[in-house]
Design a protein around this ligand. Structure first.
Ligand code: SAH
Length: 472
């Protein structure tokens, strides 16, 4: 190690930052998270720093800088934006015996600022001694996923309860207690926002010296996103990492399962078209049974668990069985498809009503009911609609809308084999068959405000974002 990581005591200490522009502001934002008092040395401040000074959150001196200005400091940052000025200020700061960081000049740095994951009082600092800043950021992203946002509050709570634990439990029991706290139901409860309940659980565990036996399980209905690993939420990843068992659907990216603990059980409960599948009651049954065994269960669904995912039936079954559940939202296919088109789900002045609808009808004879809800300014994001292309085209024609509505289709949005096509109600059936559009796909049907409809030329594209939706 050329550098050695240490946490500096900042309470009641002074940090001097030389500079008044963006570089100085960056350091200022960082140090404002600590309890140090900041002094800025600069002839002028940018608007952000001016506001901080006006709010009394930092001190400022515009006088010519002398070595004395750097005396008695915890740290000095030199960040004027001008390398020559930085070098001469560095010499002054060293004369005052300060520990100095000069922005972008590693050779002049006594101290390097790490990449930081801040769950204060839990702080992770990552450094690569300047060799690989991109790697440091990647590690930071992994840590951000791993450590739930409220972890710092849990650590602070544990800190407040240390005295109580020390008064009642011996050293070995205390170790077991904290292991249980940070690896068990109290942490899960706390991460979900149940801070009071978590505090009660820990206090009770201390007072009764009983913990370790997890009796009640829970279920998280987690949205896995549209089928690619990097579009699941951080909360979703956390629930996967806590899970003892994961029940997952078709259309969930298999790589997402790699984010779970290696020893977590994985159970496929998907419904492939035309194949034998798990009936919904059976899925509800296994969720309840696993939670009753005290397991932390994740029910992983593609997209968002609240959109055409039969989440309500599962939640009803869990509620009836008295099992705690949580819903973790995900990126729904409509959002993923719209982004793939390089457009937006709603667009001011063009389309301000968005309908999410399904192409699978409860009553097969009835046809697409959403057609009755169409009016200028409406966009329908149609899920599971590819198989009903003919019915949709016919319904739109019957309603006299074939010249008003434009259609954009995204199949396997955000996946390597994504396909995009544009058409009109008249060409819908032809385009889906010519271009081999298959499920899973989203059909956007847009009736823009005041529109003379656009005749799209159909196209076939590779994965990455196409041009903006042509809608006006
Ligand atoms: N809960 C999911 C929807 C499940 S219904 C969500 O919020 O996205 C299954 C339908 O979702 C598919 O038939 C298709 O219409 C759509 N879908 C799922 N993943 C998709 C993807 N990557 N690209 C396009 N459509 C997708």
């Amino acid at each position: 190690m050329k550098t050695f990581p240490m946490f500096l005591q900042m309470q009641g200490r002074r940090v001097v930052i030389a500079g008044g522009g963006e570089q100085a502001a960056q350091k200022c934002r960082l140090i404002l998270k600590t309890q140090a008092r900041i002094t800025l040395l600069a002839p002028a401040l940018d608007p952000e720093l001016t506001d901080l000074h006006a709010e009394g959150r930092i001190d400022w001196s515009a006088a010519p800088i002398r070595a004395d200005d750097f005396a008695d400091t915890a740290l000095v940052f030199i960040a004027t934006g001008c390398p020559a000025t930085d070098s001469s200020l560095h010499a002054l700061a060293k004369e005052a015996g300060a520990t100095v960081n000069v922005v972008d000049q590693p050779d002049l740095c006594d101290a390097i600022t790490p990449s930081i994951v801040d769950r204060s009082p839990v702080v992770v600092a990552i450094g690569t001694e300047g060799t690989a800043p991109v790697l440091a950021r990647q590690i930071k992203t992994r840590m951000e996923e791993l450590l739930e946002p409220r972890l710092g509050d849990l650590a602070a709570l544990a800190g407040r309860l240390r005295g109580r634990a020390a008064a009642r439990l011996g050293p070995r029991m205390r170790r077991d207690l904290w292991r249980w706290v940070f690896n068990g139901p109290a942490r899960t409860e706390h991460a979900r926002g149940g801070e009071r309940a978590a505090a009660r659980m820990i206090k009770q565990a201390i007072d009764t010296a009983s913990f370790g036996a997890e009796t009640t399980g829970s279920v998280a209905l987690v949205g896995a996103g549209p089928g690619c690993k990097d579009l699941i939420t951080m909360r979703g990843v956390q629930r996967l990492q806590e899970a003892d068992v994961i029940f997952y659907d078709r259309l969930v990216d298999p790589e997402i399962l790699d984010l779970a603990r290696r020893d977590a059980e994985r159970v496929y409960v998907g419904k492939a078209p035309g194949c034998h599948h798990w009936p919904q009651e059976k899925i509800c049954g296994v969720l309840v049974a696993a939670a009753r065994q005290g397991k932390r269960v994740v029910r992983l669904k593609c997209g968002d668990p609240g959109v055409f995912a039969r989440g309500a039936e599962e939640v009803d079954a869990l509620t009836a069985a008295g099992i705690a559940y949580e819903i973790v939202p995900g990126v729904t296919a409509a959002s993923a498809a719209s982004a793939a088109l390089g457009g937006f789900l709603t667009e001011r002045g063009t389309c301000d009503t968005l309908l999410l609808a399904t192409g699978q009808y409860q009553d097969a004879g009835k046809g697409p009911e959403w057609i009755n809800s169409l009016q200028p300014g409406t966009r329908v994001a149609l899920y599971m609609g590819v198989g009903s292309a003919a019915q949709i085209a016919e319904g739109l024609a019957k309603a006299g809308l074939q010249d008003k509505v434009t259609i954009d289709i995204v199949s396997r949005a955000q996946q390597p084999d994504q396909v995009i096509a544009h058409c009109t109600p008249q060409t819908l059936v032809q385009v889906t068959s010519d271009q081999g559009i298959e499920a899973p796909a989203i059909l956007f049907l847009t009736w823009p405000h005041g529109a003379a409809p656009v005749q799209h030329t159909s196209q076939h594209t590779a994965p990455q974002p196409a041009k903006a939706l042509a809608l006006s």
